[in-house]
Design a protein around this ligand. Structure first.
Ligand code: UDP
Length: 472
């Protein structure tokens, strides 16, 4: 087979890199040559990934002008402008130099927040595909917000008792909606970028996107946007946890941020089945010291073993050192700065996952059959938490007090419910089986991925529908 080259461009955040990297690995394993391009600030977290990747996958980075930290929302808004300027140049250069070397890219894949990549590909006459890395439900929420429901949401969303029924979605209360469509949003770039993605799709003849979810998980949300074909390829998690064919493929890319001691696995080995509470709030969030203290109190009250990921601050400080009850806490459980999360979630001793409900963490909990205590903070997390609690019924969401703090007693209460709720555990196991089925041989996501590969192989025009699946 002639060598087919694909350029995959992603935003340099962990939650974007992880699923994109899994898609890149699947394309490379099918025989394509894939260049994974992101800003160098994201690549540096992946240094180990480069040593553990299949042949055919290479990494490239560009400078995004990121300085050490983002102190204000304006810093982030400014960063997005720079990312677009520098990223556009990098994508154009990469495509041009590949063509000049006689190894042109035949397809470009790009993720959310980067609609300009699709435009560049189109200008250079290369077919492109958009990879949506949140659930279909969120695509639906944004779509309807920008197509007919925006005024109703803006006018009412400040009322906590208000709710709305958007097509294909459960009844959503104000607190279930994504933060970027609320008046309190400070990230000015977010909604216009989603609009730009939708405008770009609308200008295609047969718009379609790849999406990191699976058919049985969101059957209604997947169908609701009539003229855009949402094609499921999820769950995009390391293949060892799906088909087990490549047992070495267990991580998203090594230690990524901060290497934690691997002794947490040994520690988990020493704990009884389904006894451990795992806590992690993703790669970005930093909870206030007061909130961290309340979580610690909740853990002490519940008297269960726990594994808690508390990332270090940029200058290496440990937030746990500020806890008034650190010693008492460490008698019960273990605090690590980072861990191999899917490995942890799949460990037999895992009982429940106290999570911020980022989409990767949410999917990973579903694939692992682990009940969730949801503690959403921003972006899509509140909607994900709603789906976990009310649609998939694999978890429970924490409730804040009037000051916006979740108290220790509430944390204990929800941990007890997740650990002891038999229905939640039964549902979690059901979704695990369905996720594995979707990603297995003959499963919907596998079939869709093969069809996508077939399209690339056939030199698919950007506006053509997917071809029928090829055998690879
Ligand atoms: N993660 C990890 N180890 C940790 C914490 C997080 O490997 O200690 C991974 C996790 O498995 C997930 C990603 O980081 O794939 C976080 O993505 P998510 O969408 O859940 O949250 P975000 O970081 O985007 O807020």
């Amino acid at each position: 087979m002639e060598e087919l080259r694909v350029l995959l461009v992603t935003f340099p955040g962990q939650g974007h890199i992880n699923p994109s990297l899994q898609l890149a690995k699947r394309l490379a394993a099918a025989g394509l040559k894939v260049t994974f391009l992101t800003a160098s600030s994201g690549l540096t977290r992946m240094s180990k990934a480069t040593t553990a990747t299949p042949p055919g996958l290479t990494f490239a980075g560009f400078s995004d002008g990121a300085t050490a930290s983002f102190k204000t929302a304006d810093d982030v808004n400014d960063y997005m402008v720079e990312l677009r300027r520098l990223g556009s140049r990098a994508v154009e250069d990469m495509i041009a130099s590949a063509a000049a070397n006689g190894q042109p890219f035949v397809h470009v894949v790009y993720t959310i927040l980067l609609p300009w990549v699709g435009q560049i590909a189109r200008d250079l006459n290369i077919p492109s595909t958009f990879l949506w890395i949140q659930p279909a439900a969120l695509f639906g929420v944004y779509y309807h917000y920008l197509n007919g429901y925006g005024d109703a949401i803006r006018e009412n969303v400040v009322d906590p008792s208000w709710s709305i029924h958007l097509p294909g979605l459960p009844q959503l209360h104000s607190r279930d909606l994504p933060s970027v469509i609320k008046p309190s949003n400070v990230y000015d770039f977010a909604v216009p970028l989603v609009q730009e993605h939708l405008d770009f799709l609308a200008s295609e003849k047969n718009p379609k996107i790849l999406i990191n979810t699976f058919d049985t998980l969101e059957p209604e949300a997947l169908k609701v946007v009539e003229n855009i074909n949402l094609v499921t390829v999820g769950p995009l998690i390391p293949s060892a946890f799906l088909d087990g064919k490549d047992p070495s493929d267990t991580s998203f890319g090594g230690d990524l941020f901060q290497k934690s001691a691997d002794h947490y696995i040994e520690w988990l080995n020493s704990k009884p089945k389904e006894s451990v509470v795992y806590l992690s709030f993703g790669s970005l969030l930093v909870l206030s010291n007061r909130q961290t203290e309340e979580i610690a109190r909740g853990l002490i009250q519940s008297r269960r073993p726990f594994l808690w990921v508390m990332r270090r601050t940029e200058n290496g400080e440990k937030q746990e050192d500020k806890l008034s009850c650190k010693e008492e806490l460490e008698e019960l459980g273990m605090i690590v700065p980072w861990c191999s999360q899917v490995e942890v979630l799949q460990h037999p001793s895992l009982g429940c996952f106290v999570s911020h409900c980022g989409w990767n963490s949410s999917l990973e909990s579903l694939v692992s059959g682990v009940p969730v205590v949801g503690f959403p903070q921003w972006s899509d997390q509140a909607t994900n938490a709603k789906l976990i609690e009310d649609v998939w019924k694999t978890g429970i969401r924490l409730t804040e007090n009037e000051e916006g703090i979740v108290e220790g007693g509430e944390i204990k209460r929800c941990i007890e419910m997740a650990m002891e709720g038999e229905e939640m555990r039964r549902n979690a196991k059901k979704w695990k089986d369905l996720a594995l089925e979707a990603a297995g041989e003959g499963g919907s996501s596998t079939v869709n991925l093969r069809a996508f590969l077939g399209e690339i192989e056939a030199g698919g025009e950007p506006d053509e529908p997917f071809l029928s699946p090829l055998t690879l």
